[in-house]
Design a protein around this ligand. Structure first.
Ligand code: TRP
Length: 336
């Protein structure tokens, strides 16, 4: 893909701390896909972001490769977008250092994710957890990104990225484009099937509330049959009072394209015993072809290798240009 000057650029990434969920697909990858025609699209497997928590190296490697396979299996067209692995493009780490000098302790301390994660990992509040959004800002700014499709929980990080870029531009002139987050309305927040007040998590493989893209049909059906609902029996969209049912409706709507009214009508008088397996079936129909294609790709390591090598080469070309401009602006001597 050659860069097209008229098109805007979209950039997004997922960190491979776990295996991709139905939430990652509906809330992220599916939307990236839809934007691909319109934008110069760059998608990254954010492996460097994964090590703020202790990860088994073999698991991280497996997750990262699997994530790449799922990106492609979900429909991301390797001819139309750049797919790469973050650690293959060293400019991310380098720009991150520079940007860290333009990010303030106070603003990093105020990040909700930092506060949440520090509370949850009190024994490992490392520097990476704190500077996580700076690396993310580097990811975004290296590519002259205009839009960053993300979930609601990442909006604050994209805003911080904008603030850092603005501050840098204020000192050195217009170096960075100012990106903005775009948060999809439907499927933006796919919640856990067992604890519908929490986001569906990708970190725990055995979590019965998370549907993994690699789950077999049987496993998916079992998870949906056990999904938490409420003591009424009516399928009605009410995210305040009927969190579980509304989450199932969101999922069903996202995979079938049906509106909430249509779904309410479809299950009128039918009860959850009919509704839950119907959602499960519809999810199986969506996930099955993706899983099968991903498994096929994962069996072809040489192909995946060619994709990420090509992606890294294309990404590096753009990233190197941005980094060298930044190095010049801040006063580093050009390498002879
Ligand atoms: N922080 C994002 C998440 O947890 C992943 C991510 C890393 C990202 N770098 C990014 C998202 C750059 C958008 C742009 O989901």
């Amino acid at each position: 893909m050659e860069e097209n000057v008229k098109k805007l650029t979209e950039f997004s990434a997922i960190k491979p701390t776990g295996t991709l969920t139905l939430g990652s697909y509906l809330g992220a990858i599916k939307n990236w896909n839809e934007l691909c025609e319109e934008y110069n699209s760059i998608f990254c497997v954010a492996d460097m972001h994964s090590i703020t928590i202790r990860m088994d190296p073999a698991v991280l490697r497996r997750n990262a490769l699997e994530q790449l396979a799922y990106y492609i299996a979900s429909g991301l067209d390797t001819e139309k977008c750049i797919l790469f692995i973050q650690s293959h493009v060293h400019e991310h780490a380098e720009l991150s250092w520079v940007l860290g000098c333009y990010a303030m302790f106070g603003e990093l301390s105020r990040m909700t994710q930092f506060k949440d994660k520090s509370a949850k990992n009190a024994d490992n509040i490392n520097g990476g957890l704190f500077t996580y959004p700076v690396l993310m800002a580097a990811d975004i700014l290296l590519y002259g990104t205009d839009v960053v499709p993300v979930g609601e929980d990442q909006r604050q990080h994209v805003e911080l990225c904008r603030d850092i870029a603005n501050r840098f531009n204020g000192v050195y002139g217009d170096v960075f484009k100012l990106p903005r987050a775009i948060v999809p309305k439907v499927g933006a927040r796919v919640m856990s099937l067992t604890e519908p007040e929490k986001k569906m998590s990708k970190s725990d493989d055995n979590d019965p509330g998370s549907v993994m893209l690699r789950d077999t049909d049987d496993v998916i059906m079992r998870k949906f049959k056990r999904a938490v609902t409420d003591c009424e029996t009516c399928v009605r969209f009410d995210p305040e009072n009927k969190k579980g049912v509304s989450n199932l409706m969101t999922i069903y709507s996202a995979v079938t394209g049906k509106s909430y009214e249509e779904i309410e009508r479809e299950f009128d008088g039918k009860g959850y015993g009919v509704f839950k397996p119907a959602v499960g079936e519809a999810v199986c129909d969506t996930v099955r072809p993706i899983r099968e294609e991903a498994n096929r790709l994962l069996a072809d390591k040489a192909y995946l290798e060619s994709i990420y090598a090509d992606g890294a080469a294309k990404a590096s070309r753009i990233a190197a240009r941005t980094l060298s401009k930044v190095y010049k602006k801040v006063g580093f001597i050009k390498k002879a």
